[in-house]
Design a binder for this molecule. Structure first.
Ligand code: F55
Length: 870
């Protein structure tokens, strides 16, 4: 129905209301206006940074209009909404993406030029928002882009860290040094809206006293304020502009008055600092539980030693997000039994698992809902995505820490064991209340598998030991409606390894797969504008169509046979190589041979990702070249190998790998015998923005994890979408990419997942020396030990991981890896055939759009539908 105008003269409001800038003259007006007012500057003293800021503020105004309309529309319509809870959102830059999505790129380019600036220069002014470690955080960012583009009512919830992922410096010796990333320093962030009016109190510590009615009173301890900052997330070619709500911690007003008035300023300041500390910094550990002995050896990050702050981050964020979600639900005015009809909560890994006991706490203690009903609501609302099966990466929290920091939640976790695992007997209830550990004797599991004590112990939420620990993946699994992995193979591994017992207990139907995806907006149109233009021209459809319907790329297939098209395709790859070379030249002062094949491995440094295998392969190639005659060398294909990636600050072996790469590069690049044929670069400070330059330039990229260890990988998709080919193991999404693009367009090697366990067992109990197992590799290791790349002793701990247990099976896969690289060389000799492969690869990548992935979540898990803003 028609609503009554809320206040004043409707016409005066309408006349004053601003609309999105759509033509060049309103764009320039708006920019000039921001230069003069918001920035208080003038044309005379305006530099690129100032011009970027003014242009960004102008775009911000446009975004705000759409964002406001979208949020109002969602509130009015009250559809079911989904909330994506992620401790990481690796957004990168926003300016160019916002322009693309608003359909204003051309207008701003022209306007900026008229004002005497160069658009590329302005784009370079923006700092990356790097609030994530790697794939998990970038996936969250792609999913936000796709949710908005598909007009789905999805919000993200995260933390507004003052410091993002550290900046990486490489010392002349090849050591990684970490520096803070104060991404917010240097003024206002135009992409966020501070909502100082939206805030919640979050409690830590204190005491939880059970009441006879099943509720509990949680009192005392520390209270911290969570304040909302909203980041606008525009959809592509739609008005829909979703929200990413990031929480900042700050001391509660008046919290310290007692100490302050008593003259105890130190205590007052201390508790103020401890509140602010919660959202101060992103933890830089991917795939490692924050291991104290490792972190203690570090100079930087010493303040992150110990786990308490990380657990505080998790609860702070979860509690604030849930309070916000519950408040929004209550505004609809429906009974809590309908909560799952209005709310879906997706857990990005186990980091937000406390959402399960926290929602239970709200429902039971605050809403006075009985246990059974509350558990029904929770288990119909929450969904859990797993991102790893590596045992060392599974989150566990010590029970004593949980009891200290979150006493009520620890009670609830014990109660979940009691109810969900089906305790009924009084003795056991008593045991629970006394916190005894007979907890594993659950009657439901007992009934199904009588006498299987091992199974009960394996399945328990609480792992025995000193101290006991809460297994977050188990809690996330039993508290969720659905559990999914991120690629077919990985989802199978989840079901057959870490959650096997739960599949046997609960049945298959809860467990499924959603293969990851990437947004083609950033990872094709923005990073590779020439290729995007060629695609539009060739398909004869505007990019507004195919960028949101990526299967249309199939229309490129016939053009693989078209000589002219192939020429254009190859020329674009060449110009992208030159763009990267220019970047390397201007940032590092190094000259790159753009007539070579570009071979790229860019990802977090980790033993399981096997950058070590790559650099050992490079050294092997170098030794082979050195032995060749000049005539033989003439036939060799020149190759430039790029590495980039950060190592967790406490991950010694990963840092040693960087050191080996840097020092091998130094020797190899300086050798006049080979330097036209082989050069190696380690590009420091890998980031989303660097990836946007590297990926479009690659001929071949490496995704060479030990089979069964890389859950999915997403950069593999980005390379292929840009016409790069893969060298990879039969792992993660590599498998599905090969299925889509054809196995003849992927260079596979190495042992398969089922063999890995046996091989590891053999390495443990029947070790064979490297000289016997793989002479070619032994020779490479000897050269390193012998000091070819500086003091060989330095690398012994790294080389010993291979010589001793070789957990990641480098000796087992080395020969086959070298074989695959030879196949690559062979294939590259036939340039025309190579370009055909490249075209066919891009053409078949439609499946890997994050639009497809987010629609799978929306349809099969969340049951939400698009809500278009008109
Ligand atoms: C970050 C923090 C912690 Cl405590 C643990 C892990 C991480 C992290 O960054 N994980 C991560 O990036 N996982 C990756 O997720 C991607 C998206 O699903 C996968 O493609 C990739 O295989 C997986 O390693």
């Amino acid at each position: 129905g028609k609503e009554k105008w809320p206040r004043g003269d409707e016409n005066v409001w309408k006349e004053g209301s601003r609309s999105v800038n759509t033509d060049v003259s309103s764009v320039t007006k708006s920019i000039v206006n921001h230069v003069q007012t918001s920035l208080a500057r003038q044309a005379y003293n305006l530099d690129n940074l100032g011009a970027y800021q003014a242009a960004a503020l102008s775009v911000r105004d446009d975004l705000i209009l759409n964002w406001n309309e979208t949020q109002m529309h969602y509130t009015r319509k009250a559809p079911k909404r989904a909330y994506y809870l992620s401790l990481e959102f690796l957004m990168g830059r926003t300016f160019d993406n916002a322009l693309l999505n608003l359909g204003l790129k051309d207008q701003y380019r022209e306007g900026v030029t008229k004002l005497g600036f160069n658009m590329e220069d302005l784009l370079e002014q923006e700092r990356d928002a790097a609030l994530g470690n790697g794939g998990l955080g970038r996936l969250a960012a792609c999913y936000l882009d796709s949710s908005a583009s598909q007009e789905l009512p999805v919000w993200g919830y995260g933390l507004r860290y003052q410091y993002g992922i550290f900046q990486q410096l490489i010392s002349p010796e090849g050591q990684q040094l970490e520096q803070p990333d104060p991404w917010l320093a240097g003024g206002e962030n135009p992409w966020e809206l501070p909502r100082l009016d939206v805030s919640y109190e979050v409690r830590f510590y204190g005491t939880a006293e059970r009441l006879p009615d099943g509720r509990a009173l949680w009192q005392g301890g520390q209270e911290v304020l969570a304040v909302a900052y909203d980041v606008m997330v525009p959809g592509c070619y739609t008005k829909n502009t979703n929200n990413l709500r990031l929480w900042e911690s700050k001391p509660k007003r008046g919290f310290d008055l007692n100490s302050f008035n008593a003259g105890d300023y130190e205590h007052a300041v201390e508790s103020s600092n401890s509140a602010a500390a919660i959202t101060s910094v992103l933890y830089p550990n991917d795939h490692t539980n924050n291991n104290e002995s490792r972190d203690r050896s570090q100079l930087s990050y010493t303040h992150l030693v110990g786990k308490e702050l990380r657990l505080k981050q998790q609860y702070f964020w979860t509690a604030a997000s849930l309070a916000d979600i519950v408040r929004r639900f209550k505004n609809i005015g429906k009974p809590f039994s309908e909560f799952p009809d209005y709310v879906a909560i997706q857990l990005n890994d186990t980091h937000p698992t406390l959402a399960i006991p926290e929602l239970m706490r709200i429902l039971i203690d605050e809403e006075e809902i009985p246990w059974g009903k509350a558990w029904d609501i929770v288990t119909n609302t929450v969904f859990y995505t797993n991102h790893t099966v590596l045992p060392e990466a599974l989150e566990k929290w010590p029970v004593p820490l949980m009891e200290h920091l979150l006493p009520r939640h620890m009670q609830i976790i014990y109660d979940i064991v009691l109810h969900d695992e089906g305790f009924s007997c009084k003795v056991h209830r008593q045991a629970v209340l006394l916190k005894s550990t007979v907890l594993t004797k659950s009657s439901a599991v007992e009934k199904k598998f009588p006498g299987d004590r091992d199974r009960l112990a394996r399945m328990s939420l609480i792992e025995e030991g000193f101290p006991k620990q809460v297994r977050m993946a188990h809690l996330a699994c039993i508290g969720s409606r659905k559990v999914n992995g991120v690629a077919e193979l990985h989802s199978d591994l989840v079901k057959t390894t870490i959650l096997k017992d739960f599949v046997e207990f609960e049945g298959q139907s809860k467990f499924s797969n959603v293969t990851n995806g990437i947004t083609p907006r950033r990872w094709l149109d923005q990073c590779n504008p020439e290729l995007s233009a060629l695609i539009s021209k060739t398909l004869k459809v505007d990019k507004s169509v195919w960028l949101k319907d990526l299967d249309r790329l199939k229309g490129l297939l016939p053009y693989a046979e078209d000589v002219e098209f192939r020429k254009e395709w190859a020329a674009i790859k060449q110009r992208n190589k030159e763009r990267l070379a220019h970047h390397v030249e201007t940032t590092l002062g190094l000259t790159v041979n753009t007539n070579a094949m570009f071979d790229v491995q860019i990802k977090r440094l980790h033993e399981y990702k096997r950058q070590t295998l790559n650099i050992l392969g490079v050294i092997h190639r170098y030794l082979t070249l050195k032995q060749m005659s000049a005539a033989e060398r003439k036939k060799v294909n020149p190759r430039v190998v790029f590495f980039a990636g950060k190592a967790a600050p406490g991950y010694y072996i990963a840092k040693l790998t960087i050191r080996l790469i840097v020092n091998a590069a130094r020797i190899i690049n300086a050798d006049p015998d080979t330097r036209d044929l082989l050069t190696v670069y380690f590009l420091p400070d890998y980031s989303v923005s660097l990836a946007e330059v590297l990926i479009p330039s690659s001929d071949i990229s490496q995704h060479i994890s030990t089979a069964g260890t890389e859950a999915s990988g997403t950069s593999n998709m980005k390379f292929c979408l840009n016409g790069g080919l893969l060298v990879g193991t039969v792992d993660g999404a590599n498998i599905e990419i090969a299925e889509a693009v054809g196995e003849n367009n992927v260079f596979f090697f190495g042992h398969l997942t089922p063999a890995v366990e046996d091989l590891r067992y053999q390495h443990m109990y029947r070790p064979v020396p490297v000289e016997e197992k793989c002479p070619a590799l032994a020779k490479v290791l000897d050269k390193i030990s012998g000091g070819m790349f500086g003091d060989g002793g330095v690398y012994e701990p790294l080389l010993n991981t291979i010589r001793q247990n070789d957990y990641y099976l480098i000796t087992e896969d080395f020969d086959s890896y070298i074989g695959a690289l030879e196949m690559v060389d062979q294939a590259y000799l036939d340039k025309e055939e190579w370009i055909k492969k490249s075209i066919r690869t891009t053409a078949n990548m439609g499946k890997f759009s994050s639009d497809r992935a987010i629609l799978e979540y929306a349809e099969s898990f969340w049951s939400i539908e698009p809500v278009k803003v008109t």
